[in-house]
Each structure stands twice: as structure tokens, then as C-alpha cells.
Ligand binder design. Structure first.
Ligand SMILES: [Zn+2]
Length: 357
């Protein structure tokens, strides 16, 4: 079978839409017809080789999507043909299948792929990256349950265990930061302080439950911390989450918490970058750690978060700011890189906005 898929041939791109041949399925692999795929900052980091030289070139991309199961390989028990699913990079239950290799139809070049990639019309996915979901969830919304929602909401609910009346500052209102915000709102966290240099994003945060906004572009970074302390009666916030991946912001996020507070790093600073913090703050009781997908167990947590969405508690529909066709993938990456969209979505040309029951 032949499909359209996006290939990264060299670091810094551009991405190339190719006709790719799909190999036959091995143990634990599932062939999924992709409906919508999210575009995440992680892919920009991959394109730019932010974590070091890219040893997998050429390769396919993408790590959150919605789709329909087309075929299952030997040993797959979790899903069957026709199931409506979320695809996530976060490992869950089931077989951890080997990565697949596609072949270009034109010149039979080998194209590497991970356990999950989603910028393709079809994708060979490892069984442990798939979660079956109810058909009530529109497929564009469903795609966001692969990375942005579990990471952002997982940070609030699983890692911080933030409760009603506790305070939170979010540094960077992109895809993950917005989901941290939505998760915090659904948990009754207040005040919620949104920090971003983009005034449109601060406006978005305010419309979706942030009680205060701070723009570091308008002040010295020290004043950002002072402003957050001022909002919280000079104590500092209970929690701060960095979604910007900028060392200076991570340091400010840590300086802005109270002595018993916790900072979580969810942004991805470039490999080799360092932060400076005061060790005495750690001795006094401040905590700082990094998040790996919001410590989410996909098979348990994604259905829970979907329930919160369906009941109206978690307003995931607010996140979708722009949808592109697969052919416009380079435009989607560019807009996301420039901070023009919160979360870009790729819509496959055959995808509809609802799933037949
Ligand atoms: Zn992601």
C-alpha cells in the first residue's frame, strides 16, 4: 500500500511530502489510518537537532494523533480493526514493537520511523502507544490527547497534585502551557498566573481562566518574580511550571515559588544548556524536577481526561487555533515556531469532524 507521508531528510529541513510504501506488520504493530495529527514543539526541536546530531535521518515525524485501526499485526490484543484510537508517544500497556521502516515509492529509499509517527496518512504504530477512545470525541480534539493534554493535565493532576485554592505560575503559554492552564482551572487552582512574551497568548490565557498575566518583555526578569510574589502576598506561588524551555525562565520559575513550593520543567531547553539556582533554596525545602509526559499512564489517564472533556470540565476545544493540510506541513511548523498558533493540527484530506457510531 502507498500513502503520503512527511520526511525529514536533513537537519533544519524543509520537510518533504513523499509517497511512501507501507511494510507488512510485525509482532505488536498496528496499522492506523490517521485522521488528525497535532504538531508539537518537540518536532521543531527534532528538525533543528536541538538534542544533538540526528542519527536517524531520513525519518518520519509526529507523536500525537487520532485515527482508525486498519489492521493489527501478530500478538496485538488491545485493539481491533475499526477501533477509534488516540496515538501517543507516551508508553502504555501492550507490546513494545520494533520501529518500522518505510520505503519511498519513487526511488526505494529507506525512511526510518519511530514506535509512533503521525505526519502520514497511515502509520505503523507500536501497540503500547495506542489507546481506544469513545466516538463522542471529535477527531480533531482527540488528537490533542496524544501529547499536549496528557502532559499538561498530568503535570497538574499527577505530578503537582494541585488542589483547589493553591497557586500556580505557568511560564510559556504554548500547547503544553495551555493544557497546564486548563488542567489547573479544572482542579480549582487559584490564583493562576500566566507568563509569556506574546500578548496574544496572554490574552488567550486570560480568556481561559488565568487570573493574572505577566509579560517579561515589559520588565526585567527580576521584576517578573517580584510581580508574582506581589500577587501572592509576598510568599511566592505553591507551584510553577516552565513550558518555555528557556534557562532564564526556569530560574525565574524557581525563584517565584514559596519555600515549600515545587517547580516542574516541562519545556525543552537545547541540549547542553544550564540553569543556575541557589542551593540554599533547596535546603529550605523548595523542589524542582522535570516532567516526562506528566507521569501519565496512558491506558488509565487518557480515558479519565477524556471524561473530564466530555463532561465540560476540561475545555480542550479552546486549544485548536489552526488546522493545515498535510501538504502545508512546513507552514504549520513555521507558524508554531513563530508562536502564532497555540497548537497546530494537521487534517488528513479524507478526515471528517465526527466519527460514525
Ligand atoms: Zn509533543
Amino acid at each position: 500500500m502507498i500513502m503520503k507521508g512527511v520526511v525529514l531528510y536533513k537537519t533544519n529541513g524543509p520537510l518533504v511530502v513523499e509517497e511512501l510504501e507501507i511494510p507488512s506488520l510485525q509482532d505488536g504493530q498496528v496499522l492506523v489510518k490517521i485522521l488528525f495529527s497535532g504538531v508539537c514543539r518537540a518536532q521543531i526541536n527534532e528538525i533543528k537537532a536541538h538534542k544533538g546530531p540526528d542519527k536517524y535521518l531520513p525519518h518520519t515525524l509526529g507523536h500525537e494523533a487520532s485515527g482508525i485501526v486498519e489492521e493489527t499485526g501478530p500478538g496485538v490484543k488491545k485493539v481491533k480493526k475499526g477501533d477509534y484510537v488516540v496515538l501517543t508517544w507516551i508508553k502504555g500497556e501492550g507490546i513494545d514493537a520494533p520501529s518500522c521502516t518505510y520505503t519511498t515509492h519513487k526511488d526505494k529509499k529507506k525512511i526510518n520511523s519511530g514506535a509512533i509517527t503521525t505526519f502520514n496518512q497511515y502509520s505503523v504504530i507500536s501497540e503500547n502507544r495506542i489507546v481506544k477512545i469513545p466516538k463522542e470525541v471529535p477527531p480533531d480534539i482527540a488528537a490533542l490527547f496524544g501529547c499536549a493534554v496528557p502532559t499538561g493535565v498530568g503535570i497538574v493532576k499527577n505530578e503537582l497534585k494541585a488542589k483547589k485554592g493553591e497557586s500556580l505560575a505557568i511560564f510559556g503559554i504554548g500547547g503544553i502551557g495551555s493544557c497546564v492552564l486548563l488542567g489547573a482551572v479544572s482542579a480549582g487552582v487559584s490564583p493562576i498566573i500566566a507568563v509569556d512574551i506574546n500578548s496574544d497568548k496572554l490574552e488567550f490565557a486570560k480568556e481561559n481562566g488565568a487570573t493574572h498575566t505577566v509579560n517579561p518583555k515589559e520588565m526585567d526578569i527580576k521584576d517578573v518574580v517580584a510581580k508574582i510574589k506581589e500577587i501572592t502576598n509576598n510568599e511566592g506561588v505553591d507551584y510553577s511550571v516552565d513550558c518555555a524551555g528557556i534557562p532564564l525562565m526556569i530560574e525565574a520559575a524557581f525563584d517565584a515559588i514559596k519555600d515549600t513550593g515545587t517547580t516542574i520543567i516541562a519545556g525543552n531547553p537545547a541540549y547542553g544548556e544550564k540553569i543556575r539556582i541557589t542551593p540554599f533554596d533547596l535546603i529550605k525545602g523548595k523542589k524542582i524536577f522535570g516532567s516526562w509526559g506528566g507521569s501519565v499512564k496512558p491506558d488509565k489517564d487518557i480515558p479519565l481526561f477524556i471524561q473530564d472533556y466530555l463532561s465540560g470540565k476540561l475545555k480542550v476545544d479552546k486549544l485548536i487555533t489552526k488546522t493545515y493540510s498535510l501538504d502545508k506541513i512546513n507552514d504549520a511548523i513555521k507558524s508554531l515556531g513563530k508562536g502564532k498558533v497555540i497548537r497546530a493540527l494537521i487534517k488528513m484530506d479524507y478526515a471528517r469532524s465526527t466519527i460514525d457510531k
